[in-house]
Design a protein around this ligand. Sequence first.
Ligand SMILES: Nc1ncnc2c1ncn2[C@@H]1O[C@H](COP(=O)(O)OP(=O)(O)OP(=O)(O)O)[C@@H](O)[C@H]1O
Length: 668
Amino acid sequence: MAPKAAKGDVLQQKSPAEFFADNRTIAGFDNPGKCLYTTIRELVENALDAAESISQLPDVDITIEEISQTRLNKMRGVTSHDRIDEELYQDYETEDAKQKRLAREAKELEKLEKAAAKSGSTAAVDAKRKELEAKRAAQASRGEKTFYKVTVRDNGMGMAHKDIPDMLGRVLSGTKYGVKQTRGKFGLGAKMALIWSKMSTGLPIEVTSARRGSASRSYFKLDLDIQRNQPNVHESKLLDNPDGWHGAELSVVIAGSWTYYRAKVIKYLQQIAVITPYAQFNFAFNAEDEKNSLALRFARRTDTMPQPPKATKHHPSSVDLELIKRLASSTAASSLTSFLAKEFDCIPRDLAERIVAEVRCDPSTAPAELTPKQIVALHDLLHQLRFDPPDGGHLSPAGEYNLRLGIMKELRPEMVATHQGAVGVHEGHAFIVEAAVSVGGKNIKPGLNIHRFANRIPLLFEGGSDVVTRTALKRIGWSSYKINQNSDKVGVFVSLVSTKIPFKGAGKEYIADDVEEIQAAVRAAIQACCLQLKSKIARQQAAREQRQRKKNLTKYIPNVAAALFAVLETVAEQRGDENAAKRRRLEPDHALVVNGVRSGEVTEAKLAAKLQEHVEQIDVDMALEYQLQQGITDIAKVDAHLMPAAARHAYGPEQHCGVGVIRLLRAL
Ligand SMILES: Nc1ncnc2c1ncn2[C@@H]1O[C@H](COP(=O)(O)OP(=O)(O)OP(=O)(O)O)[C@@H](O)[C@H]1O
């Protein structure tokens, strides 16, 4: 007998919007701070997709306006009242508790001041004072929360007036579901921002948008009916578009935490500037208190934009039963043969005919009339056959040039190497891995600094589980490339592009480490960069060692000269002592030096100068020898011509040095 349903077990259904509202974490909307970060990120990525899809160099303006609870209440038409019963509030403190707290704080401060007097550093005292001040300010604001109006404006393709409500007010709706490399994929991001704004402030989203060449701009104020998963339009109108603007501007008011996520937001902007150096980002944080405001500009560094990604067809080895059914019912092809040739990648007509024969179907069968059994047979067959892999021509990697440029611009490393791997395939989807490894630079910590990108989105969270982090930490023998992974300032940049990135979760925060093909490609790309750096590092190390050796030798010259001169003086003074002279039979060269000391021609200063000259010579000889070892003598022999300063000139004497010959010109 089936178990009886408990009294409360009522069958319920959830709309997708309700599901994601209940499980915000899946989409990267964890706590208020993270929600602020993810909102910015989703809107910025939509802006970039929109500009790139029309081959427009992206201009993205991001503004965050801080809004106090009192101001938010005014916007919502809620009146703020004075408190009637203080004791009801979370921040209520009895007089007794307040006195105790003040005494405790004073004690803590006194202790820190005493320690500071001893150590001479007041840093800890200052930090404590700041903390107490912040606490006092929070108390004075009576636990008021802070809210943020996030506005992102772009110069992209814009949205059609009639589509805006569905695109932004219906979860799981979008234009990026095809087989194409895009930053967005799930049809969720902008709607999650709206859901969060509904949950935290109750305010709708405002959208202004225009398509290219449009005489009007669309304006919408809308929210999302979470239970029904459908847009709820508050206001819509068409405005004039006198300057022919195209793009979109979206504004949401949400709860957040700038203080805790400030660093992450800035890092995200820096990273997106690295991977999209052809975009310009203007960022402004407008605080309630002007002194806390911040403005950043990430200028465009190049007008060279990677070729935009192209939509491609499904690769036959990656399709599932449902997809075949869907394609069969929606295709314009009238026969099974043309269906296979038209709807799938890597199936030319002749192969399509052979497949149809193999599946034992009538080639003229209309795809929509395939029986469930025939579809199962076709599916099984497609997974058994051998097809050419996708060629990757539809992908749009950042390009080594852009990657290098972005890194140079943001980090200014001492050296950087880049590499783009060959096209790989995972579940029928082509992918390309690009990598860069840099050494040195500003604002970079010693050790491995790993930067991850997927479809040109920076990934900042869950790094520990990501394929790039794991590969860099565990699968690369850094020392064999003369890189010290603990003390050198190493930047590792890996960018993966594909029509399907195996993200774990809709929040797109990290890429699984369990896809062998991707793992191997990441490893190979990092290794290729390291190999390029190895010889540069070796050269740099040798030069450094040489400089150090020269420095050490030079340091001892005064002492050695003094000691040597003292010995020579002693020998010179033994002129009259016949027995001593007999005992000390001098080599002719040495006798010359001793005589020089006697005559005053050889002095301590002259000895020091000679030693210095010798050290310089060793330096030059070693440099030459090193170059010979490195086999770069040909480079040293390359002729270099300088423009004479005057039209009439004569050749001067040649100057020979260890590494080359310089012939000077004399103007006549
Ligand atoms: N700035 C914009 N310009 C033009 N179209 C936009 C813009 N923002 C959103 N859209 C449209 O709205 C759709 C839904 O956007 P949304 O952020 O919800 O999902 P997505 O970008 O498709 O996927 P994901 O959830 O992976 O980010 C997009 O597919 C796009 O067509």
